[in-house]
Ligand binder design. Structure first.
Ligand code: FES
Length: 263
């Protein structure tokens, strides 16, 4: 059985467990279906018989794969949502946009210098922004998209990276942009430049990389790679979890793989 089939079966079982409440009509790509009112758009689509091969990833609002646009009867607005996070509404007309063909610049990251001109060169369309703010209005993660564009035009990569940190690359901003900007790709470049070439380096991270290169974890990884799935599941299920409420000085009981081993 493929992982997609397994995933779909799991989804179907989850839906079966959740089905309560009355059925409501929704329209998926023009076809009418009756679905339980308690379901998310994603689960309602699966209930209606759709199987997700694309347009579904984390099911937790984090991967941006499940962008959905919809309208409601008697309402001229176009709404948007993440299908995995949004409950169905009666008579909604919806379709999914799992991919949006926005322009994506090709670059050699190693050759980039941390100056805004690099972004201007790769994405000159940045200056086509007409400040209509449609991008901000459609963002399902409430990122002030137009403000990020403005900061970039001013050359402030740091601010743009900070403000766009929650971007999940769903592409809805680009789908609504009058200036035809691929905002999410531009912001990703800004975050890459900021993260690798502007933000101060974390000393503990550099030390950890040296320890990894020196082979501290090789034996443990080798053991894991030679463990069968049943045993791996057992190890995973029995792992020590950090308590939900704990002080900053919490440490796991097994500290042999921590960098700083307490005596
Ligand atoms: S499936 Fe990942 S955000 Fe919805």
């Amino acid at each position: 059985m493929s992982s997609t089939e397994t995933k779909n079966e799991t989804a179907t079982e989850e839906i079966a467990a959740e089905i309560k409440g009355k059925l409501i009509p929704i329209y998926i790509m023009g076809h009418k279906y009756e679905v339980p009112e308690t379901l998310t758009i994603m689960k309602a689509m699966e209930y209606a018989g759709y199987k997700f091969i694309r347009g579904c990833g984390c099911r937790d609002g984090k991967c941006g794969a499940c962008s959905t646009v919809y309208r409601k009867p008697g309402d001229y607005h176009i709404y948007n949502a993440l299908a995995c996070q949004t409950q169905v509404e009666p008579e909604m007309y919806l379709t999914q946009i799992p991919f949006y063909p926005a322009n994506r610049a090709i670059y050699n990251y190693e050759e980039l210098t941390p100056v805004p001109e690099e972004i201007f060169k790769l994405y000159p369309e940045l200056f086509r922004c007409v400040a209509c703010n449609a991008c901000t209005k459609i963002c399902p993660k409430d990122i002030p998209v137009m403000d990020v564009v403005s900061y970039l035009k001013q050359g402030n990569i740091t601010k743009a990276a900070e403000l766009s940190f929650d971007c999940i690359q769903c592409g809805l901003c680009a789908s609504r942009c009058m200036g035809e900007l691929p905002q999410y790709h531009i912001f990703q470049l800004a975050r890459r430049i900021y993260g690798g070439k502007i933000a101060p380096k974390a000393k503990h991270l550099a030390e950890a990389v040296i320890v990894i290169k020196d082979g501290k974890y090789d034996e443990m990884l080798h053991e894991l790679m030679n463990t069968d799935e049943k045993e791996l599941r057992k190890i995973y299920e029995e792992r020590e979890l950090e308590p939900e409420i704990t002080g900053e000085d919490w440490r796991p009981k097994d500290r042999k793989f921590l960098l700083e081993v307490e005596s």
